[in-house]
Design a protein around this ligand. Structure first.
Ligand code: NAD
Length: 290
């Protein structure tokens, strides 16, 4: 019997290189992207004309789509496909906890298992196969998936068994990342006002208690050399933080700091510098918050 194909829908900045790493690991793949599959699919992968064709040939389908409502729409297309053989949908879209649960509930009506598996590590991590992946799945499903996840995400973690727990982990991570960037930018501006050199601050905080990912990565690699090229857009950070604050509100969790961070920093930056990379938070802080 021929091996069923793996399906991949959404071949953008993240999904494109993730699918390429899956294909490189020798798995037979069928891919689809609404903006054009031929110029986005990895070499050797079969091209589908739509999501329904993926559903006809793949038992496990990966999604990496712009947002939760689109993932839900694609899930509905998979369910409606005539002759579908889909058993598991692995969703690496970043969406809210409730959106993930809605997609889980929809797929469950068709006997399809939903696994939320959002990622962290940016386009460079996707290309290198070093992504962190936050997977919520029953134990046996995670064990079955892990060999497929490893080529895309060296740092796959089984964070829970309930739908939405992967999204919760991803959103709280991005809250911390966004807070580290905003707080470090303010601290840097204060240091500069006192005549402290940026590289001296980075070097000193990296061995002190204020250490965080802005200090160990974004400031030395993207901001100090004025490259601002993390590949993670301010719009995406604002989207993720909005999902986080909304999830906190819907689920009754504390959100004082995250709401302040969203309203006073990232949403303002999104309005002032809509096309910016999120590492431009430092020039934004100096220009608009002085
Ligand atoms: P992207 O916009 O580059 O890619 C999304 C792709 O989905 C596009 O190619 C688009 O054509 C395709 N698409 C849209 N609707 C479709 C549909 N109905 N059917 C098939 N294809 C469709 O986005 P990205 O940067 O790859 O991000 C994907 C997801 O990963 C988002 O949810 C994002 O929040 C998350 N994420 C992004 C990053 C990052 O650094 N870019 C990091 C972590 C997580």
């Amino acid at each position: 019997m021929t091996e069923p194909l793996l399906g991949f829908i959404g071949l953008g900045n993240m999904g494109g290189p993730m699918a390429a790493n899956l294909a490189l690991s020798g798995r037979p793949l069928i891919c689809y992207d609404a903006s054009g599959t031929a110029d986005r699919a990895p070499e050797g992968a079969r091209h589908a004309a739509n999501s329904a064709e993926i559903a006809q040939f793949a038992t496990i389908v990966f999604l990496c789509l712009p947002d939760g409502p689109i993932a839900n729409q694609v899930a509905a297309e998979l369910i409606a496909a005539p002759g579908r053989i889909v058993e598991v949908v692995v969703d690496s879209t970043t969406s809210s906890v409730n959106e993930a649960r809605a997609t889980h509930n929809l797929l469950a009506t068709a006997g399809i298992t939903y696994v939320d598996a959002p990622v962290s590590g940016g386009a460079s991590g996707a290309r290198a196969g070093t992504l962190a992946m936050m997977v919520a799945a029953p134990d046996d499903v995670f064990a079955r998936l892990l060999p497929l996840l490893n080529p895309m995400a060296k740092n796959a973690r089984h964070v829970g068994r309930e739908p939405g727990q992967g999204m919760a982990m991803k959103l709280l991570n991005n809250f911390l990342s966004g807070m580290a960037m905003a707080a470090t930018s303010e601290a840097m501006a204060f240091g500069a006002s006192q005549g402290l050199d940026m590289s001296t601050i980075i070097d000193t905080i990296a061995v002190s208690s204020g250490k965080n990912t802005a200090i160990t990565d974004k400031f030395p690699n993207r901001i100090l050399p004025e490259r601002y090229d993390s590949g993670f857009a301010t719009q995406l950070m604002t989207k993720d933080l909005t999902l986080y604050v909304d999830s906190c509100k819907n689920l009754g969790a504390p959100h004082q700091l995250s709401e302040t961070l969203l309203q006073n920093v990232w949403r303002r930056m999104c309005n002032e510098m809509p096309e910016s990379d999120f590492t431009e938070i430092y020039p934004f802080t100096i220009k608009f918050n002085g």
